[in-house]
Unconditional design. Structure first.
Length: 136
């Protein structure tokens, strides 16, 4: 699924969930709007589930597997949105090469995705050493 479409769906669902929770009788009269918004955002934006899925998919398709230590480092990079530097020379071909040209200027995971990189690209690039973490 196109990342932008997926992100739009997630955002629409977050807004609907927030709206419904604010209208719930159980929460009426309580000053918890900000708590609800931040809780929903935290749950919906949590990358741990997605990264586990992407790593499992990566490991099924690649001989060079992501091991548990690397998995923990990847989770830390993503969840803390740590600063990264991406190798500027692009050796990729096809669609991944086109994406690489766009996201190679990213300075963190969030920018990487915003510039068109896919989660599996991030895992691959990290595993191959194309991504250096600047603060780990």
């Amino acid at each position: 699924m196109d990342f932008n479409i997926e992100q739009n769906i997630v955002n629409a669902l977050k807004k609907k969930l927030i709206k419904n929770l604010k209208q719930d009788k159980e929460f009426m009269g309580l000053d918890i709007d900000e708590l609800i918004v931040s809780s929903v955002n935290k749950i919906c934006d949590n990358d741990l589930g997605d990264i586990d899925y992407e790593i499992n998919k990566f490991n099924k398709n690649n001989e060079d597997k992501i091991v548990s230590e690397e998995k923990n480092i990847l989770k830390r990079i993503i969840n803390l949105n740590l600063p990264i530097e991406i190798e500027k020379e692009n050796n990729k071909r096809g669609n991944s090469g086109v994406r690489y040209e766009k996201y190679k200027i990213a300075t963190n995971h969030k920018e990487y995705l915003e510039l068109g990189g896919l989660p599996v690209d991030f895992i691959y690039d990290y595993k191959k050493g194309f991504i250096k973490v600047l603060n780990i």
